[in-house]
Write a protein that binds this ligand. Structure first.
Ligand SMILES: *Cc1c(COP(=O)(O)O)cnc(C)c1O
Length: 372
């Protein structure tokens, strides 16, 4: 009897795994609902697009596509090291920062090792650890999306191998304060690697309340990595490039051992260098998004909904119906959002901040789908 299904051969952790929920693409929604105008606010993409300088640089580089990329991202490394005022050896690059999350998990987490994180959380912060058989301890956020510092400190008493979370957090959008970060840093020992996912750094840093995480880490006596990405504020999600700033070159060396040699493609490297240089485009994009964020948050509150104060390019709000139902109702209007499915948050929806028109389309669709 032929059996072409190899599921029984897969590792137990993989058999148990639920795949990452990447959401629907515009193509899928348009096919399913027959709507042509799609407003995609489910993946925290940047509606303002990359710098025009990226297009110019890419068109010049396009015909070099037959060449392998520079395996050490030399030009980008130099440009970023200069901008961050950091030694080039303290940078690592990935095929998106998610690539770095996966590599870090493979480097540090063995079967039975423990990882502390928060919930609700970015799916990959638990998916990869789970796939390796790590024991995951998730500390829930408090009301209003605040980090539960006491809960996290308690989870650190028995030092986990890895402490990983994002701040601003995804999906909540809330961030640690400088004092809270200090408390966490004081509790860490060299037995734990801190993975501080700062994917929304550029949006957050425009707020006076947001701490200078790298400055606070400068004196830390235990290992850490700060993850950032070109996907969000720089609008290069489709090219896949992210980076990490590490506490010492020794951590970069460990990551190098397990990454694929050409993990960052040639065009992504070229685009990232061009994007870094166009600070005017970045500033404009950040201003548009942060002002729209206030407007959309206010509109949601005016509808009587609870919204978490956000330092990122999205809002997390509580709905009157199950989020899956809201999601479906909005899809019929051509609006894609991210319904949260984690236990305890099944009435919560994450919506990305789009252009003014997209946000209006979302708000109108939401108003139309709410019970009157
Ligand atoms: C979007 C996001 C990332 C992934 O970014 P890529 O660089 O596109 O892989 C990582 N962490 C968090 C918390 C995110 O929201």
């Amino acid at each position: 009897m032929p059996n072409l299904d190899p599921t029984h051969l897969a590792r137990r952790e993989v058999r148990e795994l639920k795949g990452y929920n990447a959401g629907l693409s515009s193509e899928q929604v348009s096919k399913r609902f027959g709507v042509t105008r799609i407003t995609k606010l489910g993946s925290n993409e940047n509606p303002h697009g990359p710098s025009p300088q990226v297009a110019a640089a890419l068109s010049k580089a396009l015909m070099d596509s037959g060449l392998y990329p520079d395996a050490s991202c030399t030009l980008l490394r130099g440009a970023l090291a200069g901008q961050l005022d950091i030694a080039p050896e303290r940078l690592v690059f990935g095929n998106g920062s998610e690539d770095l999350i996966a590599i870090l998990c493979r480097v540090f987490l063995d079967h039975g090792d423990s990882l502390v994180t928060i919930t609700p959380a970015f799916g990959l912060h638990t998916l990869y650890p789970h796939s390796l058989g790590a024991h995951i301890h998730s500390v829930p956020l408090l009301d209003g999306g605040r980090f539960d510092i006491d809960g996290l400190l308690e989870a650190l008493v028995e030092p986990p191998r890895v402490l990983m979370f994002s701040s601003p957090s995804n999906p909540a959008g809330s961030a640690l304060s400088a004092a809270q970060l200090d408390q966490l840093l004081n509790a860490l020992t060299p037995s734990t690697l801190l993975v501080f996912d700062e994917a929304y750094y550029e949006y957050a840093k425009t707020s006076p309340d947001y701490p200078d995480v790298l400055a606070q880490l400068a004196h830390q006596q235990s290992p850490w990595i700060v993850l950032r990405t070109f996907s969000k504020a720089y609008a290069l999600a489709g090219l896949r490039i992210g980076y990490g700033i590490v506490s010492s070159p020794a951590l970069a060396d460990l990551i190098d051992r397990l990454r694929t040699p050409f993990n960052v493609n040639r065009l992504a490297q070229v685009a990232a260098v061009a994007a870094l240089q166009d600070t005017t485009h970045l500033e404009t994009s950040l201003e548009l998004t942060t002002s729209e964020r206030s407007r959309v948050a206010q509109a949601l509150k005016d509808m009587g909904l609870t919204v978490v104060p956000s330092l990122a390019n999205f809002l997390f709000f509580e709905t009157t119906q199950p989020s899956e139902q809201v999601h479906e109702a909005l899809l019929a209007h051509g609006v894609i959002v991210k319904p949260w499915l984690e236990p305890g948050y099944t009435h919560w929806v994450r919506v990305s901040i789009g252009s003014r028109e997209e946000n209006d389309q979302f708000l109108a669709a939401l108003a139309a789908s709410m019970p009157h």
